[in-house]
Design a protein around this ligand. Structure first.
Ligand SMILES: C[S@@+](CC[C@H](N)C(=O)[O-])C[C@H]1O[C@@H](n2cnc3c(N)ncnc32)[C@H](O)[C@@H]1O
Length: 199
């Protein structure tokens, strides 16, 4: 079990159960991360140890110098501490996401979309927030239920590098395994890396 998996268990996120924390650990363990934004805070879940903001606490402990920002449509899940700040915002509404960018200054090293898990609105949020990735920043979309290449085509592909993971293993974005299936397949992750030279 990776250190990130252990933190997920500690706070009762499902990111270890669905197999994302080993991938995140592999991809992020050597990164210098100062700002993390996650869509989808949650709490009150029927998961062992679950606390409000389970994954925000997980990132807080893993990236010990980082500011952690969370977004949720549900005001019950707001959480504010020394390094964690939460906002009520709706990923289907660009203006509410842009308010969060304004309040935090953007320039995020890591953004995770673990919110609505609806393909159209995953794309809405990605198109809104990708310009606010830091140089070499990374955007993750969890639970892609359509062909990830289709999501990639709906975001500015030339400006970013895309990688897809299925059940923890990297798959060719344009290869035959890319058909991630229908809900509740889950465990499918799209990673979008900033390669904009102007960032
Ligand atoms: C799967 S839970 C997040 C779990 C959390 N990241 C963790 O690992 O412990 C999804 C959350 O997304 C929130 N959500 C649903 N629709 C949303 C929307 N349109 N905008 C923002 N958040 C939304 C829900 O209220 C819920 O708290």
């Amino acid at each position: 079990m990776t250190p990130l998996c252990k933190l997920s268990v500690k706070y009762g996120s499902d990111k270890n159960i669905v197999g994302y924390t080993p991938v995140y650990y592999r991809l992020l363990k050597d990164r210098k991360v100062k700002k993390v934004l996650e869509i989808g805070i949650s709490g009150l879940r029927a998961l062992p140890n679950n606390v409000i903001g389970a994954s925000l606490w997980m990132w807080h402990d893993f990236f010990s110098d980082a500011q952690i920002y969370g977004i949720d449509i549900d005001p019950r899940f707001m959480l504010n501490t020394d390094r964690i700040r939460s906002f009520v915002a709706d990923q289907t509404k660009r203006e509410t996401l842009l308010n969060v960018v304004g309040a935090t200054g953007g320039d995020f090293d890591v953004i995770i979309d673990d919110g609505l898990h609806d393909p159209f609105n995953q794309i809405v949020a990605a198109n809104c927030l990708l310009p606010f990735l830091a140089k070499d920043g990374t955007y993750f979309i969890e639970d892609i239920y359509v062909d990830p290449a289709a999501v990639a085509l709906c975001t500015p592909r030339g400006l970013y590098r895309y990688r897809a993971f299925l059940h923890g293993e990297e798959v060719e974005l344009d290869g035959p395994e890319r058909h991630f299936g229908e809900p509740p397949a889950g465990q499918n992750l799209l990673m979008i890396e900033n390669s904009r030279s102007d960032a």
